[in-house]
Design a protein around this ligand. Sequence first.
Ligand SMILES: [Zn+2]
Ligand SMILES: [Zn+2]
Length: 253
Amino acid sequence: MPYCTVCKQYADYEYDMMLSNGEHLHSSCLIKLQMRSDEIEVALRRQSSQLILSLFARAKVADGEVASEDEVERLSSELTKLKNTLTAIYDFLPSWPPDWHERKGYLIQQNGSICSSCGEEGDVYLVHEIPLCEDGTNELDNLELICKPCYESMHGPGDIFSSFTLNSSQSEFAPQVKEIQSAIKNNWRIQFDYKKPKAKTWMTRVVIPERLLNIPNSRESGQTLCVEGFCELRQDIRVFALERMQDLELIDY
Ligand SMILES: [Zn+2]
Ligand SMILES: [Zn+2]
């Protein structure tokens, strides 16, 4: 049985996230961590601006408006722990992580804005060495900086985030993939009937698709082709397997 790596409670195969290292995660647990981290950052920012203000104005800040030094220290260490936990989760997220730009910034700081393929300095993309759809992770050692000409000579022209290739056993899904890609590009919603693994009935879902991804599975096929997007029924980001969909339609706004 799968358990959530954060809260150690039971996780549902269908509705929870599976990380690329095989661990499971409640999307609600991830959101709670992210919200707590945002909350602390805001509190610490407010604290430092209050301090600066009181220095300049020589104003006496009322008790309770500014957290004590102990409180700041406690919040800062909680924030560091949270960031470490989040980074470890983002490393194995089966999609692009929210801290993608920080990861890019870190690599540029370490190695300069230099293309790892041709060695030229200039504008660079951050890309996965082993792509996400082939079980690549977001760990720093699987990321590299590539210039636009090198990227395009490898993958053909186009937007870096829209590139998604089906593996040979998934060719039956090509028409749906094409439709979903055009929905993503045009900000359209998709509607489809969906059947959960043990469910007897189909339910109609309306989803704003964000990306296609291949999630590793333990069956012979090795990967499950999924679309990730905002589900209007659940009011949350969900992942849907294409093999459990039927009657896919595009809805424009
Ligand atoms: Zn959990
Ligand atoms: Zn290059």
